[in-house]
Design a protein around this ligand. Structure first.
Ligand code: ADP
Ligand code: MG
Length: 290
């Protein structure tokens, strides 16, 4: 039978909304040196609202939204949800989509009413040498807005800026980690300027931006190579390999099934501050046993 302290800690963790899926790794929580957080959906709410639509080349705002939402209706990314919601609010009819495909960590592509459309990251646009109003792009990014680009038949037709909200509880969590000498790190696929803006709001110690999904796990490995015990906290499909690599994988309860199935602990209340409770509970549980 499990020792009594473990049975008691299971009851406490359930009450706090901590779902412990791997006990051995939960034990590691008391020895952590660093906690890595995904940005979108973890440190932020992951609820994007469209703030600006910038037409390029004579297209109207409605046309840009219509094409973008046409392919975003097939994506589960929070950016997609925000764009589709904006067309619904404006009563814009969304076209028929075919040939949908996602370009991992860079966006999506498909055909809307038979026309090729891409909605992609700044990284994609830069690596294809497409030109746009960089000054405006930089301004929006520095305000913490995530900007995506809309392409029609490989030509840029517009930029869409979206804003997300930082979770208040994330700020608290990072402050307490700092008091306890634990390093906090942000890992995101989003643009560097947006990442820095969020990092400043939260006083996070270190930021890795524009990280492709496959590289999230490698980045965790590199941090572990300092001899550190590392936790990874994330919500998305893209985070699963990093959750598996970390000494402790923590999934946000409102996230994807893949993240939850990979994690050692699930934060049922989706509150980043519960990472702190989790470490304390691990400390108390295992101190009593030795
Ligand atoms: P995160 O680490 O913030 O969850 P992702 O790796 O999912 O980021 O995405 C990285 C970037 O790729 C996004 O910031 C965006 O520019 C682009 N992207 C990903 N999915 C989509 C999508 N469905 N529509 C438009 N852009 C996308
Ligand atoms: Mg995320």
């Amino acid at each position: 039978a499990a020792p009594l302290v473990i049975a008691v800690s299971t009851a406490i963790s359930a009450k706090k909304g901590l779902l412990i899926r791997d006990r051995a790794n939960f034990e590691e929580a008391r020895k952590l040196n660093a906690v890595v957080f995904d940005k979108t959906g973890t440190l932020t709410k992951g609820e994007f609202g469209v703030t600006d639509i910038i037409p390029i080349d004579g297209y109207s705002e409605e046309e840009i939204l219509k094409f973008a939402a046409g392919i975003e209706q097939n994506s589960e990314h929070p950016i997609a949800t925000g764009i589709v919601k904006a067309t619904e609010e404006k009563g814009i009819h969304i076209g028929k989509i075919t040939d949908f495909e996602s370009i991992t960590g860079k966006g999506i592509q498909g055909k809307v009413d038979g026309k090729k459309v891409n909605v992609v990251s700044p990284g994609f646009v830069n690596s294809n040498n497409l030109t746009y109003n960089e000054k405006l792009f930089n301004k929006m990014s520095e305000e913490g807005k995530t900007v995506v680009f809309v392409l029609l038949a490989d030509e840029l037709i517009g930029m869409i800026a979206l804003a997300d909200m930082v979770r208040d509880t994330a700020k608290e969590a990072i402050a307490i980690l700092k008091e306890n000498g634990i390093h906090s790190i942000m890992l995101t696929g989003d643009n560097r300027k947006v990442a820095n803006w969020v990092a400043e709001q939260l006083s996070i110690d270190e930021v890795y931006a524009e990280v492709l999904p496959d590289d999230k796990a490698n980045q965790v490995k590199r941090i572990q190579e300092k001899g550190w015990k590392v936790a990874m906290t994330g919500d998305g499909v893209n985070d699963a390999p990093a959750l598996a690599t970390a000494d402790l994988g923590i999934a946000i309860g409102a996230g994807t099934d893949v993240a939850m199935e990979t994690a050692d602990v699930v934060l049922v209340r989706s509150n980043p501050n519960d990472v702190v409770d989790l470490m304390e509970l691990s400390r108390k549980t295992y101190r009593k046993m030795v």
